[in-house]
Design a protein around this ligand. Structure first.
Ligand code: F0G
Length: 344
């Protein structure tokens, strides 16, 4: 049967109300890419779940198809979210598809250009907040409590329902859950969703390694971070809404939540790109965590199946690459100049 999107494909596993009207861009069904060369370095069977290949370039589309479908079914006309960028683009796209008005609140000057462009292109009303993601989230929670505007952040339970499906897909491809799942943690909706998904699907449970950026690591520090800072702007979050559930997932799974530096994140981003998988910085945090833990002997991966979740595409944040490289050389459009340049 032709693939018709997540809701259609996994309907029986999703706890969605009867009024749900499926709005889909054929999200999900993303590749689980084997990484044999990199896996050999850890002695494990390594895979990347490349969520950057969803319709708007991030995993958010999984939760957005369900959240928007539910909102439309209950008659909502406007949706709103706070975002570090990816949720904004995804909400805007699905709202556009459904014919809804979308409003997105973002932290001023801290959203990568590909995300902002996406939100604008899909027709969202973009509002910059003189504050952090956490401040923006408080504001959207308040306005949705006082008006009929529908909230589509991952506090919305239907977001979690949709995002569970990535765990289902991984089990469907591997035949069972992997031994380890490594992924970035920001507002903590995704780690919560994976854990719920694996538990529900009953094909085994992975140990979960959640990875925060060192400058935005409230779950590692054990307290909120008032002024989170990291180059991985997607996870620049100091008060994760689902922090408790994230800690529970890590603990119940026999895994943990750790922090890695921005340098480690950028290094992991380079390593992934050197294997042909270009992801945005936050998306490389899972691999950065795996590398950090292995290098201090805390991660016994030998013979294990390990899945690293890469949450967003590299094209979301091109500046991080272009700003740190000198512009390509320019030569005359002449054969001899080319030969000299390539030293052939
Ligand atoms: N990776 C990327 C690329 C993200 O955009 C996010 C979150 C995460 C990881 C972390 O996921 O919040 O469920 O723990 N981005 C949100 C946004 C906050 O607004 O786009 P999480």
């Amino acid at each position: 049967m032709t693939y018709q999107g997540l809701i259609q494909h996994y309907r029986q596993y999703l706890d969605l109300p009867a009024h749900t009207q499926a709005i889909s861009l054929l999200e999900g069904n993303t590749p689980l890419i084997p990484m044999p060369r990199l896996g050999r370095e850890f002695g494990c069977e390594l895979f990347v779940k490349f969520e950057g290949l969803n319709p708007t370039g991030s995993f958010k589309d999984r939760g957005m198809t369900t959240a928007i479908s539910e909102a439309v079914g209950r008659g909502a006309q406007t949706v709103i979210c706070a975002s570090t960028g990816n949720t904004a683009a995804s909400a805007a796209a699905y709202a556009a598809r459904a014919g809804l008005r979308s409003i997105v609140l973002i932290p001023e000057g801290k959203v990568a250009v590909g995300k902002l462009a996406g939100a604008i292109a899909y027709g969202a009303e973009v509002i910059q907040i003189q504050g952090s993601f956490d401040d923006a989230l408080s504001l959207v929670v308040e306005i949705t409590q006082k008006t009929p505007i529908a909230l589509v952040n991952s506090i919305n339970p239907y977001r979690i329902e949709g995002q569970k499906t990535s765990a289902f897909e991984i089990c469907d491809v591997l035949g069972s859950a992997p031994d380890w799942l490594c992924l970035p943690v920001g507002n903590a909706g995704n780690i919560t969703s994976y854990w719920a998904g694996f538990k529900q699907y009953q094909k085994g449970l992975p140990q979960v390694l959640g990875v925060q950026a060192a400058g935005a690591a409230p779950l590692v520090l054990g307290h909120p971070v008032e002024k989170p800072e990291t180059i991985a702007t997607a996870i620049r979050i100091g008060k994760p809404a689902r922090g408790e559930q994230a800690l529970e997932a890590a603990q119940q799974s026999g895994g943990r939540i750790i922090a890695v530096s921005d340098a480690e994140i950028l290094s992991a981003q380079k390593i992934l790109a050197s294997e042909g998988v270009w992801v945005e910085p936050a998306s490389a945090a899972g691999l950065a965590g795996l590398i950090a833990e292995s290098s201090v002997g805390k991660f016994e991966a030998k013979g294990k199946k390990v899945v690293v979740v890469c949450t967003g595409h590299g094209m979301k944040d091109p500046s991080i690459i272009t700003e740190s490289f000198t512009a390509p050389k320019v030569i005359p459009a002449e054969y001899q100049a080319l030969v000299e340049m390539v030293d052939a």
